[in-house]
Design a protein around this ligand. Structure first.
Ligand SMILES: Nc1ncnc2c1ncn2[C@@H]1O[C@H](COP(=O)(O)OP(=O)(O)O)[C@@H](O)[C@H]1O
Ligand SMILES: [Mg+2]
Length: 231
């Protein structure tokens, strides 16, 4: 009984992660359609499709329980390239009132992860920043390479920082931002699934995420992804 409960809760968790990805892709599509930015919905549709495929693969694995299959390793690519390819989409998501700046690391930004989930995570962060700046402001997206002081070998990370000059977040709210369905936005605006999806993506890529913020002092979301060795 105990084992069955554990298994059921693990499976429910995995399915939930995939449903969250689908839900956030759909809510982003809805927001973009409402804003009239319909020129490039392909990447979001693809995120939803991939989550669907992934959920059905999970169901398939469950039916073949007993064999331990590998999690998808993802491809190696440059984070800078992904950001550059998203330039128009990001400006569209940020809106007219926001000054969006990209600051690219000159050194390698090679990461290994699911590029579609990465795109979805970046859009989610930009939309959160835009929502925090109803009167406009600045969003800075910066990539860099960080050497962690923790651990014996000083692991190297590719760092993505999304910083805004918005309303900021109080410490009691920061404690809840990764909870699924937690939102401070009005009904129909917030789903509370953005940051949980981002967190899920970062976990999958074996990275770390931190939110730094204080009321009226803007917000900085920092994601560290392990640097990938290129072939
Ligand atoms: N950049 C930001 N500035 C201020 N608050 C933020 C920011 N990003 C996230 N938040 C807070 O975290 C909450 C959860 O975010 P999220 O999971 O993306 O859900 P949603 O955007 O649908 O509310 C938001 O409702 C908001 O209160
Ligand atoms: Mg959000």
């Amino acid at each position: 009984m105990h084992l069955m409960e554990e298994l059921a809760s693990g499976v429910a968790h995995d399915f939930n992660n995939r449903l969250q990805n689908m839900a956030s892709a759909l809510s982003l599509m809805r927001a973009r359609v409402a804003a009239g930015c319909t020129s490039d919905l392909d990447s979001l549709i693809e995120v939803a499709e991939r989550s669907l495929v992934s959920a059905s693969k999970l169901a398939h694995h469950l039916m073949n329980i007993g064999r331990n299959t590998d999690v998808q390793a993802g491809n190696v690519f440059q984070l800078n390239d992904v950001l550059l390819s998203m330039n128009d989409l990001l400006h569209c998501a940020a809106g007219d009132r926001v000054d969006l700046r990209l600051i690219m690391s000159a050194s390698t930004t090679a990461v290994r992860c699911d590029p579609h989930l990465l795109e979805c995570a970046i859009i989610n962060l930009v939309i959160n920043s835009r929502d925090a700046m109803p009167k406009g402001g600045t969003i800075t997206i910066e990539t860099s390479t960080t050497c962690s002081s923790e651990g014996d070998n000083g692991y190297r990370y590719v760092t993505l920082c999304v910083t805004d000059s918005g309303d900021g977040i109080s410490s009691d709210v920061i404690a809840k931002v990764f909870e699924p369905f937690f939102t401070t936005k009005p009904n129909g605006v917030g789903t509370g699934l953005g940051l949980p999806m981002v967190r899920h993506f970062v976990d999958q890529a074996r990275g770390h995420i931190e939110v730094h913020s204080a009321p009226h002092q803007g917000t900085c979301v920092r994601i560290n992804l392990p640097i990938a060795t290129e072939r």
